[in-house]
Every structure is written in structure tokens, then in C-alpha cells.
Design a protein around this ligand. Structure first.
Ligand code: FAD
Length: 246
């Protein structure tokens, strides 16, 4: 996080996103338990550790043949801090996700804004659906950083002026841009996570390539790290089967 002391209004500029796993009940055993109930009923929990290779094979079979429901009996809750434009894309994922986001009606929004980092490719080439992003020049990076900071500063100052004049937060917030950071809790299960990752990350193993915006991909990559740690067999099977959600 960078402070910008260009004038007396203090705003924070960030180029990163935060993803914290705050709660989880998610293991590979949850998948096996759910799958085996159909064949061995109530004894299925005892069966789990008897034959690890068979367990791995069963998860892979479920993934390959797209038997999806056994991947739903688990839960992961993330606290995510990212620009509003990322949340707009994120909340399009309706199935198997629950969201709660901070309110711009009930609290004063903090002056934390997004600027692309030096490693963020700035220039888009090609046609819709076939875009390629390439590095920006130093001049383009400077222009983007300067312009964004100026706009953010002006917008936040206007927001503050309206609040100081007694205007309601829910009205004054209209001037704030989508580069403003917000925060939310997002809860999902492994199946909805895989559907999200299939669409919102680019990966060499993906059978169906997607072209997500880099900033939501940054969130997806951090969530994937946490999920892979919790459910390594399921994660491996997802990759082995082309990163298509079952
Ligand atoms: C690279 C990229 C570019 C995009 N560009 C745009 C864009 O320009 N404009 C835009 O508006 N959106 C855009 N989107 C968003 C996209 O259209 C989806 O809304 C988003 O990816 C969520 O996918 P989903 O609906 O499959 O997920 P979910 O809402 O989680 O749904 C999961 C699955 O449930 C089923 N399902 C859910 N709801 C219904 C329903 N009502 N009827 C039938 N089946 C249902 C479907 O099988 C669906 O795949 C883009 C997404 C990506 C990844």
C-alpha cells in the first residue's frame, strides 16, 4: 500500500488483492463419503482410509465423468478485499456462492483505490474473444498511474464535501469510481469453486480456455491456493481433467 502525499487529502493506492480463508470444512474425504454412500451406505466413513489409491481413483472418476454432486458437501469462506469492478464480475457467479459485502449506505467508504502494478499488461490487441494483452510502455504506466490518482483524489474530495454538507452516504457515494476497494465474505463449495476457476483463471491445463480480466484472476489464484491445500486430491483431479467443473 502506498501513501500519496501530493496534497493534504490522504488516499491509499493499491495494486494487489487480499484473499483470506477465514473458515472451512472441506476435505477430500467429504467427496469420498458422499460418493460412497450410494454403494456402502452408513459404513462409508470407515472405508475412507482403507485404500488411498482407490480413493484417488474414485475422485478422478467422479471428475472425469462429471458426477458433480459429491463435490458439494464442503464449505469454504473467504474474506476478500478487491476493487469494486472485480466484485461486479465475481457476483455474476450465482450458483453455490453466498456473498456479504460492506455497505456504502451504513458506513463511510475509505479512500483506498486500485492502480495497476508495473507487471500488469496495459495494452489490448486483437478482437473480442481473441484478445492478447501486451506490456505497456513506461509512459503509458505513468499516464495510467497519474490519471487514476488525480481522478480518485477528485472523486473522494467531492464525496467528502457532500458528507460534510449533510448529504446521506448512500447519495454521496455515487461519485466514487469502480476502482474503489470493497470487501466481502464469499462462501462456496468445491464444485462452485471449480466452475469459478474454470472461467476466471487462465491455465495451461485448461481444456476450455478462458480470458478473464487479470484482477479477478488474481483473486481466483489466491483462492485456488487455499483450496488446493485443503483438498489436494480433488484439486489434482480438476487439473488432470482439463479444469472443467464436474
Ligand atoms: C471471460 C469472461 C467474459 C465475460 N464477459 C461478460 C460480458 O461481456 N457481459 C456479461 O454480462 N457477462 C460477462 N461474463 C459473465 C458470464 O456471462 C457469466 O455471468 C459468469 O461467468 C458466471 O457464469 P455462470 O452463469 O456459468 O455461473 P453461475 O451463475 O454460478 O451458474 C453456474 C451454472 O448454473 C447454471 N445456471 C445458473 N443460472 C442459470 C439460469 N438462469 N438458467 C439456466 N442455467 C443456469 C449454468 O449451467 C451455469 O453455468 C463474462 C465472463 C467471463 C468468464
Amino acid at each position: 500500500m502506498t501513501d500519496t502525499p501530493a496534497d493534504d487529502l490522504k488516499i491509499d493506492l493499491r495494486s494487489d488483492v487480499t484473499v483470506e480463508l477465514v473458515k472451512s470444512s472441506a476435505t477430500d474425504s467429504d467427496v469420498l463419503f458422499a460418493a460412497r454412500v450410494s454403494t456402502v451406505g452408513e459404513q462409508s466413513l470407515d472405508e475412507l482410509k482403507k485404500d488411498p489409491e482407490r480413493s484417488k481413483g474414485l475422485i478422478n472418476y467422479l471428475m472425469r465423468d462429471r458426477h458433480g454432486s459429491p463435490f458439494e458437501h464442503n464449505s469454504m469462506t473467504f474474506f476478500i478485499s478487491a476493487p469494486i469492478f472485480v466484485f461486479r464480475e465475481f457476483m455474476r457467479h450465482r450458483v453455490g456462492w453466498s456473498y456479504n459485502e460492506e455497505s456504502g449506505r451504513y458506513r463511510e467508504l475509505q479512500p483506498v483505490f486500485y492502480v495497476p502494478g508495473q507487471d500488469r499488461k496495459l495494452v489490448q490487441q486483437g478482437r473480442p474473444g481473441k484478445y492478447v494483452f501486451v506490456e505497456g510502455t513506461t509512459e503509458q504506466h505513468d499516464l495510467v498511474s497519474r490519471s487514476m490518482e488525480d481522478s480518485y483524489r477528485q472523486a473522494y474530495r467531492t464525496y467528502q464535501e457532500m458528507l460534510a454538507a449533510g448529504v446521506a452516504r448512500e447519495v454521496a457515494r455515487a461519485v466514487l469510481p469502480v476502482g474503489l476497494y470493497s470487501s466481502m465474505y464469499a462462501t462456496c463449495n468445491a464444485r462452485s469453486m471449480m466452475h469459478f476457476l474454470g472461467l476466471r483463471t487462465q491455465h495451461e491445463l485448461a481444456k476450455v480456455p478462458s480470458f478473464p480480466q487479470r484482477e479477478i484472476e488474481m483473486v481466483g489464484q489466491k483462492m485456488e491456493e487455499e483450496w488446493a491445500r485443503l483438498m489436494p486430491l480433488t484439486h489434482a483431479a480438476f487439473n488432470a481433467n482439463g479444469r472443467v467443473a464436474p
